[in-house]
Design a binder for this molecule. Sequence first.
Ligand code: NDP
Length: 282
Amino acid sequence: MAKLIDGKAIAAEIREEVKAEAMALREKGIVPKLAVILVGDDPASVVYANSKKKAAEKVGIDFELFNMAGTTPEAEVIALIEKLNNDKSVHGIMVELPLPDHISKEKVMEAVNPLKDVDGVHPVNRGYILSGQEGLFPATPQSCVEIMLRSGVELKGKHAVIVGRGETVGKPLVFLLLKHNPTITICHSRTPDLGYHTRQADIVIAAVGKANMIKADMIKPGAVVVDAGINEVEGGITGDVDFEAVKEVAGAITPVPGGVGSLTTAILFKNVLLGVKLQQQQ
Ligand code: NDP
């Protein structure tokens, strides 16, 4: 039976570190602030943004939500981003996705100052991931790495198989993980016989978006299984891994909920503090 990796406990540990750092900045007169832009009035997104606001304020980060109507022209969204780029009291800018169809995601992402791009979506930050330079990187792939490091998973020399090469999780994860010296295989929808690859892995990281697709017979006994998937199912959410069966085979496993997803907001706040540092260095 696998060791259960407790994402909630690890997230609480990261939030404590963020709080200590945010308080130290406040003592120096710097109040870290995150601005979130939400275009549209999807009630679930508004609830989610408000829960992020509560979490931010608990760790000493100011939070302002800009909720624009779903019909707002693209130019107006970009004008707000430019205003926030020039506002020295704002250290992080995050635009909630998806955006309405009449707004170009690429134009909006490129409008954010890379030093305030706490979602790590600006092409400059995506380049820094490749070059290994310091930058702001997306929270979920960072969470996948952090949850392993903080639970004592050895990465050096191990064979990690990443399932999924999406822009949000799988692709940036390759480069964040590579810094820790595993050998990496990347699988995707055109990979024939996925199980052939995952069965060879010391570490399997699933980032696909298909409920319970990673089965017990696809896992080497004792392997570490990290599940970044979030799939809505009747009665809640589930991951990409068939948790109940895989936990009988794996050596360690992250649950959904309570695993990788628990870390993402805490890591986002870490990015706000890194933004403060990068902006000070300017
Ligand atoms: P994308 O939809 O961008 O990418 C999915 C990837 O899965 C693609 O590379 C696709 O391959 C691959 N894939 C699809 N079907 C299969 C298959 N049968 N076998 C192998 N690979 C397959 O997803 P994201 O990167 O945006 O997100 C991945 C998952 O992470 C989702 O479940 C999402 O909900 C979750 N997520 C979790 C977050 C968190 O906070 N924990 C935050 C953000 C995302 P191909 O490239 O060939 O199409």
